[in-house]
Design a protein around this ligand. Sequence first.
Ligand SMILES: [Zn+2]
Ligand SMILES: [Zn+2]
Ligand SMILES: [Zn+2]
Length: 418
Amino acid sequence: MVTHTKLLFLDIPECYVEHPPVIPELTGGRNERFLSTSKKIDVHYDNNMGRYAVASEDIEPGDVLVTEEPFASVLNREEFGSHCQKCFKTTKAPIPCKKCSSVLFCSVECRQNSFFHTIECPILDLLVGSGMSINCFLALRLVTQKPVSYFLDMKEKLNEEDLKEITNNKEVYDPSDFMRLYNLVCHSQFRTAEDLFHRCVMIVFLIKALKKTKYFDGKGSSSGDKINDVELFIGSLLLRFLQIVQFNAHEVSEFCLMSPRSLDGSKNETLGAAIYPTLALFNHSCHSAQACQNDWPMYKDMDTSVMRFKCHKCHGPLNVNTEQLLNPFIKCEKCGEQTNILSTLKNLQNTEQTFKAACKEMDAYNLEKAEALLVENLKQLEACLYPPYRDYHLTQEAYMKVCLCQGNIRIRQPKTEE
Ligand SMILES: [Zn+2]
Ligand SMILES: [Zn+2]
Ligand SMILES: [Zn+2]
């Protein structure tokens, strides 16, 4: 007789089991051309800057601008024993590879959907032992995740698209389309012969390693030293990918809590690298450029006695030493207009209260409440002050933690109660 027994995580309290992250809705709805982005974003092309994302409407704190599945991803070697190769989930009941003991999967589905590992399995120790970088792994993964026939079918269609035309002619940008990945920048024309030679040596190694697997299955050359046309073609793709990942890969991370339902000592930790065709079009934020151009101080060096208010007319900075403030009417050096900062000072007192309340909610792990307060605070501070200032930075850091809690979380050292 068969009895159905339910498997229970008997001694694991609910809070130790990480909740699966929910992919949030894009704010303002999906962009009709750039399928991974919100309608608040547009992508432009410029001969100097290439492709770059811009805001097409005002962006509020907390808006979700991009949600995208990576085209390829690679887990760091250090995480092989704790995270699924395919989906990066941590798992308490790992499913092994049928042939090696180097990797694990969270489910039979993930194992079945990991074609790349059936290729990499026999050479994984060699690849890890070679000390090759995570970017190099990612370039290889772009090849090993698809059979050689996929690339051979595509061979005639592969061409360097005119990015200006593609961006401006309103074509739909589908991140799952291989051509989108193929046409990410690789800056070959700026590279030195030494750089390209170094990459080629790496690729000879990778092709030789791939020849030891079933990847070329009948399409490869039998001799170890000869390289036939198919292998050469895959090598040329690898050379391109190796250049693309250098500028376009993103880190994948996980938020680690030191104990359940507590943000004390929590930190973000790297899991691996991935390539997202739309996210790759985003350069750094305007703020970071502004910080460099205007030589913003480090957080610890910020002067707290001088506050930078916003001129009510031109929004330019009004530097005010609040400790010596006699007259609330401040004259703008840029436009000459006077601004009464009394109401702003009062608002700032409110933001202090809001921030304290948010911290209290964070301490109690009431993340939704904390998030609402922090977003409100960011908006208030933004309206009052001209960057950089400490309070805004502190609120941003706190808000980032709350946001990270919405992604994949791991509890690093669960306390055992005895
Ligand atoms: Zn998985
Ligand atoms: Zn294996
Ligand atoms: Zn002004």
